[in-house]
Design a protein around this ligand. Sequence first.
Ligand code: ZN
Length: 594
Amino acid sequence: MIKFSLSAALALCFSSYVQAAPAPADTIYRNGYVYTVDAKDSVQQALAVRAGRIVYVGDDAGAQALAGKKTRVIDLQGRMLMPGLIDGHMHPQSGGSRLLNCSLDYENLTVPQFQARIQSCLDKDKKSDSKRWLVVVNWFQQGMQPEGIETSAATLDALKTERPIIVRSSFGHSSLLNSKGIALAGIKDDTPDPVGGKIVRDAQGKATGLLEDAAQDAAMNLLPPLTVAENLAASKAALAAMRKQGITSFLDAYTDPETMTAFSTLQKQGKLTARGHFAVLIDLDKGATPKSAVAELLKQQKQFDQGATRVAPSMQVRHAKLFMDGVISAPAFTGAMLEPYLVNQGTAQQPNWQPGPHNGPANYFSPEALTATLNELAAARIDPHIHVDGDRAVRASLDAIAALRATPAGALVRPALAHDEIVAPADFGRFAQLDVTPVLSLQWGKPAPDTVGALKDYMGPQRYAIVEPQSLLLDAGARIAYGSDWPVDPLDIWFALKVGVTRTAAPDAGKEYAGTLGTQAGMPRAAVLRAATINAAYTLRQEALTGSLEVGKLADLIVLDRNFFRIEAEDIANIRVLQTMVGGKIVYQAEGMH
Ligand SMILES: [Zn+2]
């Protein structure tokens, strides 16, 4: 609707110029492979921008007619120009702050390498006093080498320092502490497990230093919150990383007032270089009711939302984040599954995997609480963005949305279900039926330490065959949107889009991760690009203005160093963005792009 009226307005604009010459464009891109992501995924040659909007898409001659004395004309030399990327689920503040932390970079490490990396962080920061926590991030716990090797407080106690240390897994579901850290966190061998968490203990019942899920709070609550300056630095680092990747809009999938304060400071300084959307958490565990939780969200909306999308990037607060479960990966097993996780009733040599005693936690929202919350959100015109990892969490959410759809306000909602690592085949078609967008981290659909081996064992062959059901949902008619989930993984969108196409790991991932994940086909390239552009724009209610290159839309676009459609699929991971434009303004330019 909005799209129609916009182009109508532009057509009017043009008709009044028929007598006079059209106003010259600010920028013209010519001689390119202009991939539009319009309804037909059409490819054009040239594009013109005026006052932050696209005023022409077509051939070179037509663009040339809009050239004036001051027009910047960019010869693409055949390069691909496409809409800016839209990341439908990320955590910019923790991503940005981790760029500033001691990082293990998601690498597969041996214990000595793990120790050496952390020691070097300690050595670099000799000024900090012995009470200051060293926070280590991006630990790929499942990737420790050799496979199955355990780490404990002793691993960290071997380092030369008096400081407490916390090493946070990239998944966010576990943390390893040294003995000093355990003592400060007040954890003793007989401390009971908190609700929703686990203090890992050895065979003698001694706490090992590893804390899972809610048990991490004992240590996390001791870490000083980011200062205003650190928050600003994190937002800046996040935006710099986005510009370089070609991200022009994003959803912060779990925000807080400190994050929004930092982004609004940058916005006021004209330094917000991507359109920011922020989802506020709805958590009924803390004594809130659906009504009070939504009221709190609206309070934050009132403070930080800057109104409708316009040419210059701004902030919108129109999403709620809900968690229905945790993650299906070991050792957490907090994904809510319809059927039990399998356990090995045999030996390591002769395994015998059989249904175990549990199928993950109860869904974090009861059916009644979810329905009440969704109705409250719909009445407030807030779109729900629901974390669902296991098939039971997915089904419960779809059931609640089915009920929501029957209400007048619920019919207008744009619900998104994030992650969907395992979906029961009976539910594939319900995404399209109920118009629910799966927001998928495409990079998860590859053989990796967390998908090959253990997952196959404890899920069993039937469920393993449909893990990361990207093309299964696509073929069932779902509108797939992409979300990086940064910093659960590094921010590497071109690698993620490659995996979406190939379902293969990086060539240097190692022999055990060769081949594709399962037997599912990858997604067609055009579908992968739609996921990261127009479909993600839809989840942000921004598809009338962004997500494709069409006359009347905002000039959010990127120039690539190679053609996504004409290179080997594996080479997609190597694509570099040469230029990023947001609202007609060039916000990033790589070397070699003139
Ligand atoms: Zn997330």
